[in-house]
Design a protein around this ligand. Structure first.
Ligand SMILES: Nc1nc2c(ncn2[C@@H]2O[C@H](COP(=O)(O)OP(=O)(O)OP(=O)(O)O)[C@@H](O)[C@H]2O)c(=O)[nH]1
Ligand SMILES: [Mg+2]
Length: 461
């Protein structure tokens, strides 16, 4: 697979009002284009552009009209992001200026870059492997400390290094198997099947650990969907507001205040939580409330964690019990709200509804017990292990699927060796497992797969 031979350009900074905007050009003509569109302050053309030097001057169009005062930096291949010649023009920000600078560049026979095309070229030119290119997307999209850290680790090649080490082990196994296939009569017992099985067990253990990290990695990357549910008036909206630290949802003493679902994001200890407040669930609902409840149930269905809110100051009602039974199978936390007031029921009273979990006492109004609740939510994402600096996590379904396939192939190999299957068959599964790992790294993956991945990027990256 080859990178494009044409020269591409795009605005690399967000479109909008800002101090500076960067127009990035990459490809064989990048330097020549820079020479043509950029002049020195005195009006003379630049004679010799040194790589990795910053020049001050003006962007001019074909008629010689000054478009903007700007800085130019040329990075000659292979010492650039794409490993091609790159020119970056830092002009004034704002939609009009950056757009005009881009048009000036495009007028020199340069093509507009597709989303992610710069990174795609970096990948195709071998500067990044696919896991690292994907990490660039995650880094750009990271909104919390945890997802940012996971992306930085992956960009640094932590996942690639782990996979390459596993692959090295598999190649060793493959070498022994091939030797057994090539010289069967010579009884060349290089290593016993038991030793090979043992090696494969080591490989499987490492792959299993990676596969298991996906649950955590995915939640760190995408955040966890948490829904607040309960009967009307228990304080769901108050709890959402308290967790957000601002008055987002309407709160009132009147039951049935919240009709629609309200989704907000917050970060707890660097972990992204997508929190949704829902309409109170109850039996005697009017038409609007019924629609609200229908929406609430969709949110409940999709949530990865439910916060079931009960009013500690009022006796448990049939509606409370309904909510408890409806959510019994889902991952949930039970919260007894209004703990600033006298409590009307004890945890033992919940037993009749089958709810045996611990109950967290909070007061959304007085902000009591919120820290405890937040810590319990984060524990659902991270388990009891805090996030470590250099943890290797699988964060994408694409990686996870390939790792699962690799594991299946390795199980087949071990089974084959234990049951003295022909070595040719066994070797086939080893090469398939090697291919699964190569897929994650993006070696010889199909063009459509790349298209799908790189189109998640923004233009200019
Ligand atoms: N004393 C006390 N009152 C609270 C607390 N939390 C909420 N309330 C009050 O309970 C009433 C209902 O609160 P909301 O947050 O609107 O309840 P909700 O569950 O969202 O109600 P719906 O939207 O109708 O389903 C309001 O009058 C709140 O001020 C609390 O911790 N202590
Ligand atoms: Mg409400």
């Amino acid at each position: 697979m080859e990178a494009g031979h044409d020269t591409i350009a795009a605005i690399a900074t967000p479109l909008g009002v800002g101090g500076i905007g960067v127009v990035r050009v990459s490809g064989p003509d990048a330097v020549a284009v820079a020479h043509r569109v950029f002049i020195r302050p005195g009006g003379l053309p630049l004679t010799r552009l040194q790589s990795h030097h910053v020049y001050h001057g003006f962007v001019v169009d074909e008629q010689g009209e000054r478009i903007d005062e700007a800085l130019l930096c040329v990075m000659r291949q292979p010492h650039s992001y794409t490993r091609e010649d790159v020119a970056e023009i830092s002009c004034h920000g704002g939609v009009m200026t950056t757009q005009r600078v881009l048009e000036t560049v495009l007028a020199q026979g340069v093509r507009v870059a597709e989303p992610g095309e710069f990174t795609r070229r970096a990948f195709l030119n071998g500067r990044l492997d696919l896991t690292q290119a994907e990490a660039v997307i995650d880094l750009i999209n990271a909104r919390t400390q945890a997802s940012h850290r996971a992306a930085i680790n992956q960009l640094d090649g932590a996942l690639s290094r782990r996979l390459r080490a596993i692959r090295e082990e598999l190649i060793q196994v493959s070498v022994y198997l091939e030797a057994g296939i090539d010289f069967p009569e010579e009884d060349l017992q290089l290593v016993s099947e038991a030793v090979l099985c043992e090696r494969l067990r080591g490989v499987a253990t490492q792959l299993e650990a990676l596969s298991a990290s996906f649950a955590r990695g995915r939640l760190l990357r995408d955040g966890m969907a948490v829904a607040v549910v309960g009967r009307p008036n228990v304080g769901k909206s108050s709890l959402l507001n308290a967790l957000l630290g601002r008055d987002r949802a309407i709160v009132s003493p009147q039951p049935g205040t919240t009709r629609d679902t309200i989704e907000e994001e917050l970060s707890i200890d660097g972990v992204l939580i997508r929190l949704t407040d829902t309409a109170g669930l109850h039996t005697a609902a009017d038409l609007i409330e019924q629609e609200g409840m229908r929406r609430a149930r969709i949110v409940v269905e999709r949530a990865e964690l439910l916060i079931v809110v009960l009013d500690g100051n009022a006796a448990l009602t049939a509606d409370d019990l309904l909510v408890l039974t409806e959510t019994a199978e889902a991952p949930r936390l039970l919260v007894r709200n209004k703990c600033d007031l006298p409590m009307s029921w004890t945890v033992a009273d919940l037993a009749s509804s089958g709810a045996l979990e611990p109950v967290l006492d909070v007061s959304a109004l007085r902000q009591h017990g919120l820290h405890e609740l937040e810590q319990t939510i984060v524990r659902q994402v991270l388990g009891n292990e805090p996030l470590s600096q250099d943890e290797v996590l699988l964060t994408r379904a694409r990686h996870h699927q390939s790792i699962i396939s690799a594991l299946e192939n390795i199980r087949t190999v071990r089974h084959g060796l234990q049951h003295e299957m022909p070595l040719e068959c066994v070797a086939l599964n080893v090469s398939e497992a090697l291919q699964n790992i190569a897929d994650v790294l993006g070696e010889s993956v199909a063009g459509e797969v790349l298209d799908r991945i790189f189109h998640q990027f923004c233009v200019g990256k």
